[in-house]
Design a protein around this ligand. Structure first.
Ligand code: UDP
Ligand code: MG
Length: 317
């Protein structure tokens, strides 16, 4: 798709009424430094706090510069779905994806565009110099997740963010992936395209509240690891093989004792073995179940989101 739009900025938002006005003001200033046609695409991921009305207001304020476009989901489908909807809608030769809570500073966008314009860069990624301020439990959970993800998929995403500029080629590839359970940061790294980083210190969230509860983060971590690695399944096999070798040795020992008449009632051993084996089998079945649940979700081919409202385009291009 070729269009005369140079840049699209995609912002997924969920109950960001308190922050989105400031994002819009700062973004509008930042985008005025860019020499080329720009569109801002806001995806309202089922907000219940008047975020969508604010987006309609931006469109009236902007009067076509930049172009303001938007979609609203009927319920909360999650940030990954919102980003996908925005990328599908974007028409720019480059697309920036950023959060709508000022934790991804809009003033960095012109520098990202400059880097992209310089040459053969497919992705410009804003990387965290340090992690955003967060509670002890969140920091621990994030560190465990990134270690597990690194261990299972080989990708180190500790400093990665969703704040990225993607070249049109990358956007076209990304939207063609058929999977529903997506991990934007993981998939863009997986593509193996030429990527450059630009460092920043994510500020603390000053407006609104973080949308992820610890249990929601846990659910996402589960999908991300499952969609990028089958290592947990292989671990089950390895445990099974180790268990088998162990049982074989135990069998030989038992037979030997039986033969020499030294067999004794090994009640604690039996109990321990039943407990150990039982829990290993259950864990294995549970892990396989997790993968089957994800496969089931994928084969149903349900759309990743449902749009209930869209801002009509001012112009068709
Ligand atoms: N977000 C979304 N849908 C969700 C949760 C979050 O579109 O279900 C948006 C949110 O409005 C924000 C961005 O995703 O623009 C990042 O969310 P948040 O600030 O809560 O997370 P964090 O900064 O901790 O990653
Ligand atoms: Mg945030």
């Amino acid at each position: 798709m070729s269009s005369d739009i140079l840049l699209s900025v995609v912002i997924p938002v969920y109950n960001e009424c308190a922050a989105i006005g400031n994002v819009w003001c700062q973004l509008r200033d930042a985008l005025s430094a860019i020499d080329g046609k720009v569109e801002v695409i806001v995806i309202d991921d089922g907000s219940t706090d008047g975020t969508w009305d604010a987006v309609i207001g931006f469109r009236e304020e902007a009067a076509g510069v930049p172009l303001v476009r938007g979609l609203r989901f009927g319920r909360n489908f999650g940030k990954e779905a919102a980003m996908l909807a925005g990328l599908r809608l974007a028409r720019g030769q480059a697309v920036v994806v950023m959060d709508g809570d000022l934790q991804h500073p809009p003033e960095m966008v012109p520098a990202m565009v400059e880097l992209w314009r310089k040459g053969e860069v497919d992705i410009v990624e804003a990387v965290k110099r340090k992690r955003q301020p967060e509670s002890g439990a969140e920091r621990l959970a994030a560190s465990v997740f990134y270690r597990l993800f690194h261990l299972s998929s080989g990708m180190d995403l500790r400093k990665a963010t969703d704040f990225k500029l993607l070249d049109r080629r990358v956007v076209d590839q990304y939207v063609q992936f058929p999977e529903v359970g997506r991990f934007f940061r993981g998939l863009t790294a997986w593509l193996g395209v030429h990527q450059v980083g630009i460092e920043f210190d994510p500020p603390a969230r000053r407006h609104g509240v973080r949308s992820w509860s610890l249990s929601r983060l846990f659910g996402m971590a589960r999908i991300y690891i499952i969609s990028f690695s089958s290592l947990p399944l292989r671990l089950v096999t390895w445990f099974g093989v180790i268990g088998l070798l162990f049982s074989f040795v135990l069998m030989l020992q038992t037979l030997w004792y039986h033969g020499t008449g030294a067999a004794e009632a090994g009640f604690p051993t039996v109990i321990l073995l039943i407990l150990g084996m039982g829990s290993m089998v259950l864990t294995g079945i549970g892990l396989i179940g997790e993968y089957i649940a994800e496969i089931y979700k994928e084969v149903k081919h349900r759309p990743p989101y449902v749009i209930v409202e869209r801002l009509p385009d001012e112009e068709s291009s």
